[in-house]
Design a protein around this ligand. Structure first.
Ligand SMILES: [Zn+2]
Length: 343
């Protein structure tokens, strides 16, 4: 028996290419800033996010660290690892798989950030920290289903931590911080209310998903699901090769990413696209460059091309477009093409 949870395999999710691409891009470069997935009930949003569990890449962490500090990044070690080093202890590496961590809607701020035991500090002079969800999330995907129903200040806290890569907790003048670098993935049903625009813009990517209308594809979805439900382990075993190949693809792309370059012409194209669509500020430009690089890495290339912009532009821009009320969402693909051709 594997200790990994039985989840529907990512490689067997039919269609939903944009959602899969958005998730993969964030795994390749967590600096992209997460993804917000909007869709009605029954569009397999949660299934697809959780299905990542069996394909996520492996990473090397400090053995025995409650925050699973990245082994090669001594500069980002938590206070415990730094203390162990200072005592002359030799830290050991441990290989673990990146995971999807669920954040329940009922979570309190203490549960999310963790808590400092002040009594312990007063008695012993030593800091004692009870890790929260942000500790478990370090190096992983943090998944919030129905993110639009989560308290605004908690969403703020998550976005801050994801952007800075650090969780900082302070109580009565005593503070503690630990690495908390993760990919924030939120799903929501827009019929149940929207996120504040200020929060929307802080997600790197976003997409709207629709239920599958193609009869053949929809029938395939149903058949696969029923087969999986009959015997999940047998179903997973049958596609284990594909799952392993996907893990390898993601690991290779992560290793390749630092070598991916974008020419001045490509950067000009990206900026022209965001200007054309009337997007203010640099956040969209930066995110699109990161997403385009991650896309190139996923396709085993070390140079960004306009195809990478085509593949990622809508994911980056959809939630940043200024629309008049009642206007249909989404990016005009023809307009994007005209804009890219004109350069
Ligand atoms: Zn540590």
């Amino acid at each position: 028996m594997s200790e990994e949870p039985a989840v529907f395999p990512f490689t067997e999710v039919v269609g939903q290419e944009d959602m899969k691409r958005a998730l993969m891009l964030n795994v390749v470069d967590p600096g992209i800033g997460g993804v917000l997935i909007k869709g009605e009930k029954g569009t397999a949003k949660s299934t697809t996010v959780r299905s990542m569990n069996r394909v996520l890449p492996h990473r090397t962490v400090v053995k025995g660290c409650p925050f699973r500090c990245e082994f090669s990044r001594e500069d980002r070690y938590c206070p415990y690892c730094r203390e162990r080093l200072a005592k002359g202890e030799k830290l050991e590496p441990e290989t673990v798989r990146m995971r999807v961590i669920d954040l329940p809607l009922s979570a309190t701020e203490d549960r999310v950030s963790g808590t400092l035991d002040l009594e312990h500090v007063l008695k012993t002079g030593e800091k004692k920290f009870e890790p929260g969800v942000l500790a478990a999330a370090n190096g992983n995907i943090l998944y919030v289903d129905e993110v639009n129903l989560l308290d605004d200040h908690l969403v703020d806290l998550l976005l801050d931590s994801a952007a800075m890569g650090v969780n900082y907790v302070e109580r009565e003048g005593v503070s503690f911080s630990h690495p908390s670098k993760f990919v924030l993935v939120g799903t929501m049903n827009p019929e149940e209310g929207d996120l504040r625009p200020q929060l929307l813009d802080r997600f790197g990517l976003s997409l709207d998903i629709k239920g599958e209308k193609d009869v053949k594809k929809r029938a395939t979805v149903v058949k696969k699901r029923v087969e999986y439900d009959m015997d999940p382990e047998a179903f997973i075993a049958k596609c284990q090769k594909d799952l392993d190949a996907m893990t390898e693809k993601l690991e290779k792309a992560r290793a390749l990413l630092p070598k991916v370059t974008a020419s001045d012409e490509i950067v000009d194209s990206i900026v022209s696209v965001t200007i054309h669509f009337g997007i203010d500020g640099h956040r969209a430009d930066i995110t699109m460059l990161k997403a385009a690089k991650a896309n190139a890495a996923l396709e085993s290339r070390t140079e960004v091309t306009k195809d990478d912009i085509r593949a990622t532009a809508e994911l980056v821009l959809a939630h940043r477009l200024k629309r008049r009320p009642f206007e249909e969402g989404g990016l005009d693909k023809e307009e994007l093409e005209t804009c890219l051709q004109s350069l």
